[in-house]
Design a protein. Sequence first.
Length: 83
Amino acid sequence: VRFLSEQLLMRHRAYPGYDDHVQDHDRMVSALEDLRKAYGEGRAAHGLEIMQTLRADLIAHIRGRDNELGCYLSGIAVESRGD
């Protein structure tokens, strides 16, 4: 749900980095599906590996793409106030 609401906001604000941002979301959702499958099949060691990679990807996404989005949205807010 978090990703979908963020994607709606990006579309609504015509965010130029939308496609790359959504690709990150799609990769992380796919990794979550792989994690669920690995644990469901009793492959806990593989699941742990997926979790570690997913954690690193999520941190990088927040520090990178989410930060860029925040700066973009802040710029829109400043423009709309006329500052």
